[in-house]
Design a protein around this ligand. Structure first.
Ligand code: HEM
Length: 225
């Protein structure tokens, strides 16, 4: 039966949140392509007798620029989560995340066995758990990326971070392990991306509230209460 209730425009995500989302998404694509090159060299340089190609160094430079953009987005997004007024709805999601009843209702919804639970915040508990996990993996890939970085550049920031990063490197069992962890984190991010895009489309279609619009325009369109 068709409901007579109208859709209303509700402001969900601030411009800072949306920008960090999309800049981060682009950075991750660039990092994945360049990271793949660094792991499995898939193109060869022009053949020349002169030692001027520096193909690996060029790919690595692109990788590092995108890497620092990702690190910037990560830090700024963490700041927004704790201090941005509009991100209040994200902070309130912790309440739903800790509520077992909302977990059960949400799982039932995904299994087509019940209605979507009423939530206090903007993320459902499964979504919140997966985002939390994603941020932990992002932290790991940025940290291991920085360890790899200090072995490449020894001036400026590279020099400044050298000693502390060497300590973390030892905790991780050496540079070879750091590289493996960095690589594995990439695959976890790939799996997350597939699930994230699938769930975003699933919720937008099933929820019929323009959930995908919110990460572009900032507005979603739920039915009036
Ligand atoms: C989504 C994020 C990222 C992905 C998918 C990614 C992926 C990769 C991959 C696959 C490798 C090759 C590892 C191997 O040999 O198996 C690599 C190497 C590297 N990454 Fe990342 N990375 C990311 C973020 C970062 C960040 C934030 C930094 C920090 C600036 C960084 C710096 C480096 C460096 C310095 C290397 C080593 C290059 C070399 O061996 O010459 N990465 N990355």
């Amino acid at each position: 039966m068709k409901s007579s209730k109208k859709h209303i425009a509700e402001y969900e995500f601030s411009i800072g949140l949306r920008l960090t989302h999309w800049i981060r998404a682009i950075a991750i694509v660039i990092l994945s392509v360049s990271g793949f090159y660094l792991a499995y060299v898939f193109v060869s340089p022009v053949i020349t007798g002169e030692p001027v190609n520096f193909m690996n160094a060029k790919w690595r430079a692109v990788h590092q620029v995108a890497g620092f953009i990702l690190i910037g987005c990560f830090i700024f997004k963490c700041y927004l989560f704790f201090f941005d007024k509009q991100s209040h709805i994200e902070r309130v999601s912790v309440k739903d995340f800790l509520d077992i009843k909302v977990w059960i209702a949400q799982i039932k919804y995904y299994l087509f066995l019940g209605k979507h639970p009423h939530m206090h915040g903007t993320y459902n508990p499964l979504q919140f758990a997966s985002y939390l996990f994603f941020y932990i993996v992002l932290f790991v890939i940025c940290l291991t990326g920085l360890i790899l970085y200090v072995h490449v550049y020894h001036e400026g920031l590279g020099g400044f971070l050298y000693e502390p990063m060497r300590v973390v490197e030892t905790w991780m069992g050496g540079l070879a392990n750091v590289r493996q962890i960095h690589h594995i984190a990439m695959w976890i991010i790939f799996i997350f991306m597939v699930a994230h895009i699938y769930m975003a489309i699933f919720n937008a279609i099933k929820g019929k509230d323009g959930a995908m619009d919110a990460i572009i325009s900032g507005y979603k369109f739920p039915k009036e209460k």
